[in-house]
Each structure stands twice: as structure tokens, then as C-alpha cells.
Ligand binder design. Structure first.
Ligand code: GRF
Length: 222
């Protein structure tokens, strides 16, 4: 990590088990990620992510979406908690709510998400199962900026994993999740370092680094 990188203030939103949240907590704590988690917000009182937040000692809140009759009112409440915590980047880590314009307008180009498929293939829910059912030979995960569509924002980083013949939804999900834990902190670090430039739909990393290999074929050639 560059010594002169100013730490980015993160607000992390989670609804589920929170393994991505944990990977970001760990990278902040070991100093490999130039970020401070200002606040963790869960919308689900039973979320494992909330337990992880409590254990970490990081400021956290549970804002239950069921307490709000309108989506926008829930979003307003989350946005004001994030603003009160001086959050610079909003990180959705398994946050299972659709974001309204209230949210997007408050943090323009400052909300990112991780999705367990190679976008633009398989947006939406249950995508590991859909990739299997479709017969895809590769899947993976995508970190992207959030826009008003479902998983349609500009792509920042992707990791590819093979789909194996004996995969189940659980084994494929686990293989993808392992990569999620690597690329999400990396994407945040690139933002902290100010290395991303938007060019139309594309997000360019500057200075550029070339990927390790040119092509992977599955099943492999003889
Ligand atoms: C991950 O697969 C993520 O890509 C998706 O939801 C899952 C969250 O897992 N958006 P966890 O709560 O981080 O363990």
C-alpha cells in the first residue's frame, strides 16, 4: 500500500452472512487496504453480517427495511446514517435491496457492488444456479459501480472460475466466493488510490496492468 494514499471512508451495507464484509474488515485491519470502515449497516436483524460487525467493534446499525412502508423512506434513513458517518464510498456487500434514486443522487459514482457472475451475463438473483443450468463453462464475479438498473453499472474488476462437471450450486458458489474476497478489497484499493478513470461504459485502471494470461479454455484442449 502506498504510504501517501489517504484512507477512504467506507460505509458497508450487508444483508446476509457477511463474508465479503469480513474480507474488507480483515484487509483494513492488516493495513493492505487504505480504507477505514466508518459504519456498517444491516437491513436484516438476523444477519450474520451484524454479528461480524458487533465483533469487529466498528460502528454499526441495523436499519430494518420492514419498519418502512416506502422504499424511498428506508433509503433516506440509510443515506442519512451514511452521511452522518462522513462516508465517501458506499460498498454493497450482499445487500439484498434495490437502491432508489434517493441513494444514487446522494452518492453519485460512489456506490459499488459485488455480483457472483460474469456480468453482463446472469444479472439478478440465484445466478450461480442459473450459470449451472445454462451450461456455462465459466462463471466468476464482478465488482461494478451501481446505477439505476439491476447489476447494469460499469464493470470495475472481474475474476473468472471454471464450472466443473460435478459442480453443485454450493460448490460453484464457494469457488466464486473465494475470488470475491480477493477482488472486492482490490477494487476498493484502486478507488482509494484514485486509479480509476471512466471512459464511456469502460472503467480504465491507470497506470494499466496487463492480465496474467491470454485465454483459458474449458474443457482444456488435448
Ligand atoms: C455474495 O455472493 C455476493 O456476490 C452477493 O451476495 C453474496 C453475499 O455473501 N451479492 P456474503 O454475505 O458476503 O457472505
Amino acid at each position: 500500500m502506498g504510504a501517501n494514499v489517504k484512507k477512504l471512508r467506507l460505509g458497508i451495507l450487508a444483508s446476509g452472512g457477511g463474508t465479503n464484509l469480513q474480507s474488507i474488515i480483515d484487509r483494513c485491519q492488516d493495513g493492505s487496504l487504505a480504507a477505514d470502515i466508518a459504519i456498517i449497516i444491516c437491513n436484516n436483524p438476523g444477519a450474520g453480517a451484524l454479528d461480524r460487525a458487533k465483533k469487529s467493534g466498528i460502528p454499526h446499525r441495523c436499519i430494518n427495511h420492514r419498519d418502512f412502508s416506502e422504499r424511498q423512506d428506508f433509503d433516506r434513513s440509510v443515506v442519512s446514517a451514511l452521511q452522518d458517518a462522513d462516508v465517501e464510498l458506499v460498498v454493497l456487500a450482499g445487500f439484498m435491496r434495490i437502491i432508489s434514486d434517493v441513494f444514487l443522487d446522494a452518492f453519485p459514482q460512489r456506490i459499488i457492488n459485488i455480483h457472483p457472475a460474469l456480468l453482463p451475463a446472469f444479472p439478478g438473483l440465484h445466478v450461480q444456479r442459473k450459470a449451472l443450468e445454462h451450461g456455462a463453462r465459466f462463471s466468476g464475479c464482478t465488482v461494478h459501480f451501481v446505477d439505476s438498473g439491476v447489476d447494469t453499472g460499469r464493470i470495475i474488476l472481474q475474476a473468472v472460475v471454471p464450472v466443473l462437471d460435478d459442480d453443485t450450486e454450493a460448490t460453484l458458489s464457494a469457488r466464486i466466493l473465494e475470488q470475491e474476497h480477493k477482488i472486492y478489497p482490490r477494487a476498493i484499493q484502486l478507488i482509494a488510490e484514485g486509479r480509476l478513470r471512466i471512459d464511456g461504459r469502460r472503467v480504465l485502471v491507470e497506470p494499466a496492468t496487463a492480465p496474467e494470461c491470454q485465454a483459458i479454455i474449458n474443457p482444456p484442449l488435448d
